[in-house]
Design a protein around this ligand. Structure first.
Ligand code: 4AD
Ligand code: MG
Length: 463
């Protein structure tokens, strides 16, 4: 007898029809009458369930009829065409082995639960249809990203999690220490001497792998990172997490246009890959989560992303200032409401905003000829807002040193970063794609807490 998965049965039905097979999984629903019953089984291999029919001829018929939701069973039986309209085939059981009986207070009984409630049982929610779909798409998209870059010959670099520098210069770092603060004398605890700490200096969790990956870019030409990043941003929004994953390609001999072209190509590749490789899950999102999803994604695959400079965008937005909570003027950072206005009302598709004022962007971005703006770009998408932030990097040593001084950064902390400008530095560019944001975009899920397995946000680090 052949052991099979639900996925194999759905994908290669002809091979298994009228054959004896063995399958193990968990009970999703159960109905039983005097002489027979139906169980819907999910084995985790596939989005769909398979229906099992069992009859009173089975020795443990009575026990099977009493099984609780989420009990685990092993079935041997024959796959037969189904007389019911709901499914093309069903598994006629000849033996059902009860592997584990679930406690009766299992929280996921067959009724709809709110996403808020499901967050409180984040350890059980991947067993629901919505979260099974989210996390399978997340896995498929992670693979798509590696495939995209690997096929282009990019080298995947594992940049460090613990770092001594603030890559964004924004001061939103989580401190890392091995000192037992509780054991320090009172007067020392408030004025800790980090030279006595594990690394003999102050260290933090990384906010971005960019500075490290830039050094590998000058060795391998085209590189990328894909890893967790951490930000102590105290913004309690549906798009910010304290721990999130970021993809950061870095390309040598390249400018801002090359950077934007790469970002557009990657986004389209990912969308197509998810549609082709998780069709059942994507159809579920399109039906249950966001009815406009497919139209939106297809529209994007068939069109070119928009382009606008920050200065042009501000001219446009200023006319609408009465509509906004935060009015816009040249020099202010764009808020989510402005970003969404641009992408949802003006362009109605993804749009790159470029050449931001230097005062609101990071120190490493290349200064433009006007001395006022930098070669930066953000990609804004409908429904989410900023999904990518990137730039051409400042490769001119003296200009970079100046910008660091202006930004209040200590040159000595960044000696290694300056070295790559000294030793054969060339123009280069890169960007960071927020992985959770791209999953939100692809699924229509509207809260970042619902696209990461165990979310970490302000005042919340359970599980
Ligand atoms: O725009 P950011 O801050 O850019 C960087 O970190 C650069 N070092 C990237 C680079 O050029 N290599 O962040 C990049 C992206 C944002 O566009 C957003 O999608 C995501 O990371 N992001 C967050 N996602 C979830 N929660 C947060 N708190 C995020 N902060 C940024
Ligand atoms: Mg940004």
């Amino acid at each position: 007898m052949q052991t099979v998965t639900v996925k194999e049965i759905f994908r290669e039905t002809d091979q298994f029809l009228n054959q004896k097979v063995e399958l193990s999984g968990w009970v999703r629903t159960l109905r039983s009458s005097k002489a027979f019953g139906f169980i819907e089984i999910n084995d985790g291999s596939f989005f769909e369930n398979i229906q099992v029919v069992f009859e009173e001829s089975l020795a443990n018929f009575a026990e099977i009829g009493k099984l609780t939701i989420s009990s685990a069973i092993r079935i041997q039986g024959t796959l037969v065409p189904s007389p019911g309209a709901k499914q093309p085939f069903e598994l006629k059981a000849e033996l059902i082995d009860i592997l584990s009986v679930s406690a009766a207070d299992y929280p996921l009984q067959k009724k709809r639960h709110t996403f808020e409630y499901l967050r409180t049982i984040a350890h059980l929610r991947p067993r629901t249809n919505t979260f099974a779909a989210v996390f399978r798409v997340r896995s498929v998209v992670a693979f798509a990203i590696h495939k995209f870059f690997q096929e282009k010959g990019y080298v995947y670099v594992h940049t460090p999690i613990i770092t001594g520098s603030d890559a964004e210069g924004a001061g939103e770092m989580f401190r890392v220490t091995a000192l037992d603060m509780a054991k320090l004398p009172q007067d020392e605890a408030s004025n800790v001497d980090f030279s006595k700490d594990f690394f003999a200096r102050e260290t933090s969790l990384t906010v971005s792998g960019q500075l490290n990956v830039e050094t590998y870019c000058m060795a391998f030409r085209n590189v990328y990172t894909f890893g967790p990043t951490f930000r102590a941003e105290n913004s309690n929004t549906a798009r910010h997490a304290a721990e999130f994953w970021m993809i950061e390609p870095e390309i040598a001999f390249a400018d801002l246009n090359d950077d934007m072209n790469l970002a557009e190509e990657m986004m389209k590749y990912i969308i197509q890959y998810a549609m082709d490789n998780a069709p059942e899950e994507m159809a579920f999102f399109n039906y249950f989560v966001d009815k406009t999803l497919f139209d939106r994604l297809e529209n994007i695959l068939g069109s070119e992303f928009g382009h606008i400079t920050y200065t042009e965008a501000v001219e446009l937005l200023e006319k609408e200032n009465s509509k906004f909570e935060y009015p816009v003027h040249w020099g202010t950072d764009l808020q989510t409401e402005h970003e969404r206005y641009l992408t949802e009302k003006v362009f109605k598709k993804p749009v790159f905003v470029s050449d931001y004022p230097k005062g609101i962007k990071a120190f490493y971005m290349r200064l433009n000829e006007d001395n006022k703006t930098v070669a930066a770009m953000d990609l804004l998408v409908p429904g989410v807002g900023e999904i990518i932030g990137g730039s051409q990097r400042e490769e001119r040593l003296e200009v970079l040193k100046n910008r660091m001084r202006e930004s209040g950064l200590n040159e000595e902390d960044y000696g290694w970063y300056l070295d790559i400008r000294k030793y054969g530095g060339v123009k280069h560019a890169g960007y960071g794609l927020g992985f959770e944001r791209v999953i939100m975009y692809l699924t229509g899920m509207s809260n970042i807490r619902d696209v990461i397995s165990f979310p970490r946000t302000a005042n919340s680090c359970e599980f």
